[in-house]
Design a protein around this ligand. Sequence first.
Ligand code: PLP
Length: 459
Amino acid sequence: MSANETTTDTRELQRRDSAHYMHPFTDTKALSAQGARIVVRGEGVHIWDSEGNQIIDGMSGLWCVNMGYGRHELIQAATKQLRELPFYNSFFNTSVVPAIELAGLLAEVTPPGFEHFFFTNSGSEGNDTILRMVRRYWDIEGKPKKKTIIGRKNGYHGSTVAGASLGGMSYMHEQGDLPIPGIAHIEQPYAFTLGRGKAPEDFGREAAGWLEAKILELGAENVAAFIGEPVQGAGGVIIPPPGYWQEIERICRKYDILLISDEVICGFGRLGRWFGCEYFGFKPDLMTFAKGVTSGYQPLGGVAVGERVASALIGRGSDFNHGFTYSGHPVACAVAVANIRLMQREGIVERVAEDTGPYLRKRFLELGDHPLVAEPQTCGMTAGLVLVRSKSHNEYAPFDAEDGVGMVCRRHCFEGGIIMRAVGDRMIIAPPLVMSHAEIDLMCGRIRGALDRTADELR
Ligand code: PLP
């Protein structure tokens, strides 16, 4: 068979995959030895692989297919726009109708004070944009020394040079001499390891205090902004303790530091509010968004620019020398408009808050009786648990890193028809927001089955 011929044969696809396709975040040698799982179709909350296996997508693709697969409204919006105008740019005093519409719609669904929106292709580019915006802002304000941005260890803000630097993933920093200068990190508010034996509110105050300590160390006159995900997603669904975000906000205001909420995962309903900052009750100056804005049907990200920064950039700065060919891409924007309208029509955010989120919590917390499971937690439609070797009361014996327990469990999940992600010894999910009660039941049943098989294998 010639390499150019289309095939559906799994072995041949795997051979071609490992011959030519460099995957993101992948151990290529291991992938070649195993062969990739090739996903060919999706419908509702399910995907199918090339072998015909039907699998519940517990991760919404990559935290993005919030409205589920096969939504005709989104497919139609894309095809209609492709026919009408597949591309035009927004540089040099031009604009396109879908980008105008999307910006207006975002002004409706974002918290008060957000009236301006910059479009990118991804969350990473959104955070690159923010880094440049924040530094430009302080220049315009006449405080050019205020340049350092503080992020958190184990935070994830993307894979571009700025995104990976703002993030706190040490395994990313090790490659490519990151972080770039002008970025600092504080500890994450992870109660399971850092807050043991402490009252949650005390730990919330303590964890936010690490920001104040870092600001004092660097000098507030040098600090431009703090960036964080409302719930740290890729770091393992780390749900902050009560009071944490209010205290972070208070500290940012005290030292005149911009507050950036990276809403790439939490935005667009994941926590049962349109944006994660609304769930936790704080008011950021800037928000990054991506993923759920189009339910992943088209690549689109961006920055919601709050009044304070917008009035400086537009009013006094006026020119911002930054942008991408595909900023405001008409097809991506048309899909985002259709996706937000679909979310509004189906009342999906309210449904997560009042119905499916609480139901997921009930079912997911039941997994806490499994001998391998410590501290299952949910927040809206995302959840995480820790795999432990043994437990008694609140004492846990961890697995050794060499056991690779997360990866073992992840394999059993795949084989049992449920996609869960492993982050070290944490197992996490972020299923489509449209998941029904019956599908939540099925998902939690499959997770329990995978936990049983993991326990059998490691016993
Ligand atoms: N920010 C957060 C919180 C993310 O979770 C991600 C991706 O997972 C990004 C930024 C980067 O987005 P992208 O992969 O679209 O560049």
